[in-house]
Write a protein that binds this ligand. Structure first.
Ligand code: T5A
Length: 209
């Protein structure tokens, strides 16, 4: 969607350790250089309340989080994030760069946990109305490589402790979604050297400026 005030909603997705944080830093540097006013945010999180929900989602707990509870918490955080951060920023003409959004819900809760894609779509419509990202960069690599990178960073969160099979399903859903929406979803080979990854993101981003 091209907004009349020029604002764009860009999301970055991929399995654990794929390089989202690293490449989001690069995206914001490009925007800064181009003089674009932006808001950098993340999911789950992005507001005080939504960050509290993030802690609930990522922390390892004695009581297992039910799959449906996990899904509803993700969307509860998103509802707060959209109303408090994303919509106001877009309305003010700012670009929004978001580390993960609803594609992650399809990939993790739909693919990984096996919850119904239809249920996720219903919640998406309820919580987001017609808000959808304009562009989504899907950083893609074999999950084993991403997990190795994530492992090197220290203690693993609740999701990072899942088995490789879980992340294979997550990746498969990301790729399916990219195939369904090729205009919005740009697959970036994240196995390449960082300079190549950034060259490819930068080339696409320039087309948006
Ligand atoms: N979640 C989220 C859901 O289940 N449902 C949802 O709807 C949403 C929104 C959030 C968790 O929540 C789940 C998914 C997640 O499990 P998160 O913090 O967003 O967690 O996600 P993580 O994947 O855990 O983020 P990470 O910080 O682990 O990974 P990044 O940001 O992808 O990776 P990054 O940039 O820190 O890079 C990792 C390492 O690799 C190196 C970097 O220098 C760094 O050391 N690196 C490279 N090395 C070689 N070559 C390259 N090309 C490299 N790129 C980066």
């Amino acid at each position: 969607m091209i907004r009349s005030n020029g604002a764009r909603f860009i999301t970055v997705e991929g399995v654990e350790g794929v390089g989202k944080t690293t490449n989001i830093r690069f995206i914001t540097q490009c925007l800064h250089t181009a003089g674009v006013s932006y808001v950098l945010t993340r999911e789950p999180g992005g507001t005080v309340v939504a960050e509290s929900i993030r802690q609930l989602l990522l922390a390892k707990q004695d009581e297992n989080l039910c799959e449906l509870t996990e899904l509803l918490l993700v969307f509860a955080a998103r509802a707060q994030h959209i109303k408090r951060v994303i919509e106001p920023a877009l309305a003010n003409g700012k670009w929004v760069i978001c580390d993960r959004f609803t594609d992650a819900t399809y990939a993790y809760q739909g693919g990984g946990r096996g919850l119904s894609m239809n249920t996720i779509a219903q919640l998406e419509n309820l919580v987001q109305g017609d808000l959808r990202p304009d562009v989504t960069y899907i950083l893609d690599l074999p999950p084993a490589i991403g997990l190795k990178r994530a492992n090197q960073r220290g203690e693993l969160d609740r999701f990072e402790q899942e088995k490789l099979e879980f992340f294979d399903k997550v990746r498969a859903v990301y790729l399916e979604r990219a195939a369904q929406e090729p205009e919005r979803c740009i697959i970036i080979d994240a196995q390449a050297a960082l300079a190549t990854v950034q060259y490819n993101i930068g080339k696409h981003l320039k087309g948006l400026l």
